[in-house]
Design a protein around this ligand. Structure first.
Ligand SMILES: Nc1ncnc2c1ncn2[C@@H]1O[C@H](COP(=O)(O)OP(=O)(O)O)[C@@H](O)[C@H]1O
Ligand SMILES: N[C@@H](CC(=O)OP(=O)(O)O)C(=O)O
Length: 450
């Protein structure tokens, strides 16, 4: 039994949805289908989810949301017409949106419910289309599927009891089509996962059904060893371990949500990334263990938008509790951190810029000054992190040397370096404007000069 998730690019229009239906029809093992909201049809198109967010935000700010609403309705109308299914769906989308906006829920809950309209409608469209071509399929709402999550809008975490509920889907007749990206809190409120979260739903459903395989269909033939928008036609990765993929997706491989690996990993279900436009291709398989590879490095991921809070104080190493106190100040402000490279008398905390508002930054800096009395404190902006990842790295000599040569060749200054304790990764912090040049040079060093 397989669970297949189709991302936004796979359900972006009628043509793509027909490919999806063919894939479903071609393998009777595909029991549960998870779908995203219609995504981009071309590079500067807009995702339905982004338009839904515009609607929600305009409503909250008392502005007109007529334009984004019309955009969403037109997209579903076009899809319904081209698939030759009832355009009842368009009326339902409008009603879903209007009912949500008029509800007495908080703005955060309203925004989550609006965001979810894309996935919900997409699942209804696909199941109606499958039925129209005589495939035995039905739409299943996450509440009826039993996907229960924490009460944290925009950042849901699945509750363990969901897995027992989901197991019952095995007894459903025919194929079930479940919208991705959201679940329900115990008091019945719709809560979404973080952006890109349909991958998470797919993994949860696969774990719940105790599937043999979780297939994640997207618009590329495989996971590449670097982001294909930075390096043209990079090498494909045929197999990866969960650990490697988690590090790579966390560090910027947008092809698969980093939180989506955990449910599949815990249930030991292999994950296969495949292309809706080329379903016969091998794709990339993610498993718990793989054969040792000649190249110890499997991929290089990068992401921008980080800042570093640098703190130094003479004899910091002797001051018991310095690090704890610093991190407590961040915790009090509800700021999570990514890394903490340290020296004898200094410590940096790397944070995603999006987590630190101007007001929070001022409070944090003032408290560090007052409570920790540092010699120096400053905030460095526009940082990018690059992660070089591979299970074989712990037993290979000279990798850091190779990496630093690559940075030198690209004329990129390394602001910080950190070898993950697991030795599955090496992290480098550099200025954001140099990130593409650095990644290209690292790609050359690790994948072209071997
Ligand atoms: N290392 C990588 N390998 C493959 N694709 C990547 C990688 N890094 C970033 N991507 C991007 O991820 C995209 C697919 O993810 P996404 O847009 O979320 O797809 P979907 O619409 O199927 O959810 C690809 O089109 C590609 O540009
Ligand atoms: N539609 C949601 C969830 C999702 O997973 O989308 P996609 O499969 O297009 O990444 C988003 O845009 O965040």
């Amino acid at each position: 039994m397989k669970v297949a998730k189709f991302g936004g690019s796979s359900v972006a229009n009628a043509e793509q949805l027909k490919k999806v239906a063919n894939i479903i029809r071609n393998d009777s093992e595909r029991k549960a289908i998870v779908v995203s909201a219609p995504g981009k049809r071309f590079s500067d198109d807009t995702k339905i989810t982004d338009k839904l967010i515009e609607i929600g935000e305009a409503y909250v700010e008392n502005k007109s949301y007529a334009e984004p609403l019309q955009f969403v309705l037109d997209r579903f109308q076009e899809i319904a017409t081209e698939l030759n299914i009832s355009n009842q769906i368009v009326a339902e989308v409008r009603e879903d949106i209007e009912c949500t906006l008029q509800s007495s829920d908080s703005d955060a809950l309203k925004l989550d419910a609006i965001k979810a309209v894309g996935e919900n409608s997409s699942a209804k469209v696909l199941s109606a289309y499958l039925q129209s071509i005589e495939v035995h399929a039905s739409y299943l709402n996450p509440k009826d599927a039993g996907i229960f999550v924490s009460d944290s809008p925009g950042g849901a975490q699945v509750l363990d009891e969901s897995y027992d509920h989901l197991l019952k889907i095995r007894e459903h007749k025919g194929i079930v089509v479940i919208p991705g990206f959201f679940g329900y809190s115990k008091d019945g409120k719709l809560i979404t996962f973080s952006r890109g979260g349909s991958d998470i739903t797919g993994s949860i459903v696969a774990a719940g059904l105790q599937a043999d395989l979780y297939e994640n269909f997207t618009d590329v033939d495989s996971v590449f060893c670097v982001n294909p928008t930075i390096v043209d036609q990079p090498k494909e990765i045929t197999s990866l371990t969960y650990k490697e993929m988690r590090e790579l997706s966390y560090a910027g491989f947008g092809v698969f949500h980093d939180e989506a690996l955990i449910p599949a990993f815990k249930a030991d279900i292999p994950v296969c990334i495949k292309n809706t436009n080329n379903p016969e291709g091998m794709g990339t398989i993610i498993v718990s263990q793989k054969e040792p590879q000649p190249n110890p490095v499997v991929g290089i991921a990068s992401d921008t938008g980080f800042i570093s809070i640098y703190v130094s104080k003479y004899l910091m190493n002797r001051e018991l509790g310095f690090g704890r106190k610093l991190l407590t100040i961040l915790e009090d402000e509800d700021i999570s951190f990514e890394h903490t490279p340290s020296g004898i008398d200094d410590l940096s905390v790397i944070i995603r810029e999006s987590r630190l508002t101007k007001e929070k930054e001022e409070r944090v800096i003032a408290r560090i000054k007052e409570e920790l009395d540092p010699d120096t404190i400053y905030v460095e902006r526009d940082l990018a992190l690059i992660m070089v990842v591979g299970e074989g790295m712990d037993s290979t000599v000279g990798l850091a040397d190779k990496a630093t040569h690559a940075f030198t060749r690209a004329d990129v200054n390394i602001e910080m370096m950190n070898q993950g304790s697991s030795e599955v990764s090496m992290m480098f912090g550099i200025k954001s404007d140099k990130v593409d040049a650095a990644v290209r040079s690292l790609y050359q060093a690790f994948f072209e000069e071997n």
